[in-house]
Every structure is written in structure tokens, then in C-alpha cells.
Design a protein around this ligand. Structure first.
Ligand code: ADP
Ligand code: MG
Ligand code: ZN
Length: 488
């Protein structure tokens, strides 16, 4: 992206996000149907969520609580007298022909998140958070001649989080989304599974010459569902717009779609004139009034948030900031870490495992840390065995592999497989003598001054003991044996 870097000397990129998050309530926003992901198509619906004439909605109280919780966790003001509005449009995934949403009295307003990019802190404004209902899913047949509709998702509660146009790069957006995601996970407002569509991001992007104070015309790229797609789409779109502007062309305000496979965005529909949704207050639902007592109750349910947890983990376990950042980026990872670290004398080693081998395994196997065979207690034990010299770091990796498959206790694995470090000098000496017999050339090389061959001999001893010889003892014995050789 050197190309983009050059362009950014003259132009500034401006980005605002609209993030949709599905809430983790058990039932839908206006009826008792289940919200769970999946299920046979059209089995989790009723007259209310399929918009049958005359069916009446009843607001799920939890939806308000979750949205307010998200607002409190993102420094928003809470609207004490709020209401819901109809947003009218026709599309087959929404049988009512309107979406119940919030227009001029959203539940939360004027918040912010603080992000850190390249060591610089920045506050990014959150314009508003409102509640609304999700639509169904259209399943387009591959042949392209028919479309099926699954209404299970219809009426699943959403919050829409709208930021101010205050982000200026893909790197900032990445950090912002990761932070927002962590906060929604910590507060248990959303499971944020992007691959299942519980967190979807729309990107509004414009460019302007550096120093210019008015905003340029923006385009909107809808429904991105992975962080890598978000980053790539931003970089592509920024470059495209700067190229257009440089050619003296105007940016058309339009909605674009991102094709992640081809790595390009293309126009979906023009939004030259703002669509008029004919918003009006939803007459079937009463206003939402949040009194002091209810607000306090919700406030007291906000848990420790990622930044607080990060600072506590640094203080309590003496972890470097980098580690603490990584670990608290996900609630479940942080939970795992604390379960292991509180049982360990070496929290830094636990952190190394989490950032290294364990993360790698999670990725390779595409599993969640809440679902793995290696328990935090067993990981703490493994670290203890390394620190007390019972096994070497290299052997520990083997033990870890076995723990990953069998969920075994490291103590048993080490005993059963005979993986303990060999500290017995006599036993190691026998191996050393054998290695000397087998490698006269290496010894000749050492005599001629080729020090490196000592390393080769140590390697041979380790190999013959399957990596179990205590390296310091092996080293000592080899040097002694060499002295004896050269003296004779
Ligand atoms: P709409 O109601 O048409 O969706 P909003 O004014 O609510 O428009 O803005 C939607 C999103 O677009 C917000 O995240 C906002 O920050 C962002 N946005 C608005 N104008 C611009 C612009 N010129 N450049 C980049 N982002 C913008
Ligand atoms: Mg919009
Ligand atoms: Zn229903």
C-alpha cells in the first residue's frame, strides 16, 4: 500500500461507522420467539415477528437494559424518555413493510471510546445508540432464478451504534472495532460473532485535501462481517476516492458493496437524495421511560470493562502492557488467563503460552477458548513443571500437544511417557561417550578450533535422550570429555 501512503500526504480520509450488534436476549424484541442462531428455516417465528395484520408487539424489557448497558459502557448519556419509530420501506425480508427502530429519541447519545494507535490516544465520538429489529434472511438460489426467505432472524433485537466521522485510517477503525467488540462481550450485550452476523459494520468514508475543514461527499459500504474485510475495504475505497478527486471528478454519494474475494467495491444504489423513510412514532408501543431506580439497577450491572481490567491485570500479575492488552482484548481469554495465573507463580509464562502456542492452536482448530481440552489449572501446572526444572521448555511443547488432544493432567503425561529431565550425570555420561565414539570427525574439528562443533555434540546428546538430558550437565560433561581426549 505504498501507493496509498503517498496519496495520504495530500489527502485526509474521514470515516464514520454504523455498527449493528445482535443482542444476546433469549427471546426476540417484540415476541417470545427464540433468537438463537440457526434452526430450521421459519420455525422460530409467530404472527408478531412475521408482521401479520393486527398482531401487536410488546417490547422485551431486556432489550432496553442491554442497550442502556452498552451506552453506559461507552460513556453515553441515557435518554430517560425515549420512544420507538416506524421506518417505512418495502423489502421482502421485512414482511411488515416497516422496521421498528428509533429516530429522534435514541436510548443513548453522545458517548465516546478512547483508542490507542501507534502510541497516540484518541477519543472517538459515539453519536448515538438505538434499538431496532433485525430483518429476515434472503437466500438466493445459485441458479439465480429464485429466492427463499427465512424469517427466523426477523425481530431479533439489534442495537445500532453510530459514530461521529472522527476515524481517519483503517488502523484506527480496526482498533475501534476491537475495543467496541470487547466492551459488548464484557457487558454480555452481544456475542459479537462476526462470522454469524451478530456484529456487522457499515463504513461511511470520504476524503478531503489536508487542511480542508468541510467534509467531502461520502460513500457507504454496507454489512462488512470481518475485520480483515473492513480494513481492506477502507484501503480500497480511500484510494479509489483520492484517485477520482485527483482526476477532478466528484464523489457520488452512493451505497457500495464490498466483494471480499475480488477485493473491490462497486456501486449498489445511488443515495443522491436521502431516502425518505416517513418515520413516525410507533403507535403500537408506549414510550420508554427509564426512572432513576431502573437506571441505577442497570448501572450496577455494568461489569469491569476492558481498560479497567487491563490496568488491574498489569498491577496484580505484573504483566507488561502489551501482554495485558492482548489478553484483555477478549473477555474469555482474560477469564482463562486469570484462572491459570492465580494458581501460578509465573503469570508472565502463562501469558506467553496464551499469546503463543495456545492462540496458534485456537486459530488452527477454529475453536473458542471456552471449549478447549487444556484447562487453565493444567496449563498452570505445566508452567510449574518447566520452572522447577522437571521438564525442559522443548519437552513442554510435546506435553502441551498431548494435553490438547487428551485433556490430560501434565503430571500424569510426564510420568507415563517418561519425559522428566535426566539430571543423573552417570546416565548422561554414558550417552556422551557413545556420541564421542560415533563422531570422531566433529572432535577432530574441535581440536582444529572449530568451536561450533561443540554445539553439534550437545545436539547429538539431546537427540539420543529425546531432548531429556539436562542441557547444562550435558554441556559440562562434553567439555570434560573433550579435555580428557585432547590431554591424552
Ligand atoms: P444517515 O442518517 O444518512 O445514515 P448520518 O448523518 O446519520 O447519515 O451518518 C451516518 C454515518 O456516516 C455516521 O457514522 C457518520 O459519522 C458518517 N458520516 C457522515 N458524513 C460523513 C462524511 N462526510 N464522511 C465520512 N463519514 C460520514
Ligand atoms: Mg445510515
Ligand atoms: Zn415471533
Amino acid at each position: 500500500m505504498k501507493d496509498l501512503k503517498e496519496k495520504l500526504m495530500e489527502y485526509e480520509v474521514v470515516i464514520g461507522l454504523e455498527v449493528h450488534a445482535e443482542l444476546t436476549t433469549n427471546s426476540k424484541i417484540y415476541c417470545n420467539c427464540a433468537t438463537r442462531f440457526g434452526g430450521e428455516p421459519n420455525t422460530r417465528c409467530c404472527p408478531v415477528c412475521t408482521g401479520m395484520p393486527g398482531a401487536l408487539p410488546v417490547l422485551n424489557k431486556k432489550v432496553v437494559e442491554y442497550a442502556v448497558k452498552a451506552g453506559l459502557a461507552t460513556n453515553c448519556s441515557i435518554t430517560r424518555y425515549s420512544r420507538q419509530d416506524r421506518k417505512n420501506y418495502f423489502y421482502p425480508d421485512l414482511p411488515k413493510a416497516y422496521q421498528t427502530s428509533q429516530q429522534d429519541r435514541p436510548l443513548c447519545t453522545n458517548g465516546y471510546l478512547e483508542i490507542e494507535v501507534d502510541g497516540l490516544l484518541k477519543k472517538v465520538g459515539i453519536h448515538r445508540i438505538h434499538i431496532e429489529e433485525d430483518a429476515g434472511k434472503l437466500i438466493h438460489n445459485e441458479s439465480g432464478n429464485n429466492t427463499l426467505i427465512d424469517y427466523n432472524r426477523c425481530g431479533v433485537p439489534l442495537i445500532e451504534i453510530v459514530t461521529r466521522p472522527e476515524l481517519n485510517s483503517s488502523a484506527e477503525v480496526k482498533v475501534f472495532i476491537e475495543k467496541l467488540k470487547a466492551i459488548l462481550e464484557y457487558t454480555e450485550v452481544s456475542d459479537c460473532k462476526m462470522q454469524e452476523g451478530s456484529l456487522r459494520v457499515d463504513i461511511n468514508l470520504s476524503v478531503r485535501p489536508k487542511g480542508e475543514s468541510t467534509l467531502g461527499n461520502r460513500t457507504e459500504i454496507k454489512n462488512l462481517n470481518s475485520i480483515s474485510a473492513i480494513v481492506r475495504a477502507i484501503e480500497y475505497e480511500a484510494k479509489r476516492q483520492i484517485d477520482e478527486v485527483k482526476k477532478g471528478r466528484k464523489i457520488i454519494q452512493e451505497t457500495r458493496r464490498w466483494d471480499d474475494e475480488k477485493g473491490v467495491s462497486f456501486p449498489m444504489r445511488e443515495k443522491n437524495e436521502t431516502v425518505d423513510y416517513r418515520f413516525f412514532p410507533e403507535p403500537d408501543l408506549c414510550p420508554i421511560i427509564i426512572d432513576e431506580a431502573w437506571l441505577n439497577e442497570i448501572k450496577s450491572s455494568v461489569p469491569e470493562l476492558p481498560d479497567e481490567r487491563k490496568n488491574r491485570i498489569i498491577a496484580e500479575y505484573k504483566l507488561p502492557e502489551y501482554d495485558a492488552n492482548f489478553i484483555t482484548g477478549s473477555k474469555t481469554l482474560a477469564d482463562y488467563f486469570e484462572k491459570a495465573a492465580c494458581k501460578s507463580k509465573n503469570p508472565k509464562a502463562i501469558s506467553n503460552w496464551l499469546m503463543g502456542d495456545l492462540s496458534k492452536k485456537l486459530k488452527e482448530n477454529n475453536v473458542e477458548i471456552t471449549n478447549i481440552p487444556v484447562t487453565p489449572e493444567n496449563l498452570a501446572k505445566l508452567v510449574e513443571f518447566i520452572d522447577s526444572g522437571v521438564i525442559s521448555g522443548k519437552i513442554a511443547k510435546q506435553v502441551f500437544e498431548i494435553m490438547w488432544v487428551t485433556s490430560g493432567d501434565p503430571a500424569e503425561i510426564i510420568e507415563n511417557k517418561g519425559l522428566r529431565v535426566i539430571n543423573d550425570a552417570d546416565e548422561i555420561r554414558k550417552v556422551v561417550i557413545k556420541v564421542f565414539e560415533e563422531n570422531p570427525k566433529a572432535i577432530e574439528d574441535i581440536r582444529k578450533g572449530k568451536e561450533k562443533s561443540i554445539g553439534f555434540l550437545i545436539g547429538q546428546v539431546m537427540r539420543k535422550t529425546n531432548g531429556k538430558a539436562a542441557p547444562d550437565i550435558a554441556n559440562q560433561l562434553i567439555r570434560k570429555e573433550l579435555d580428557r581426549y585432547f590431554d591424552s
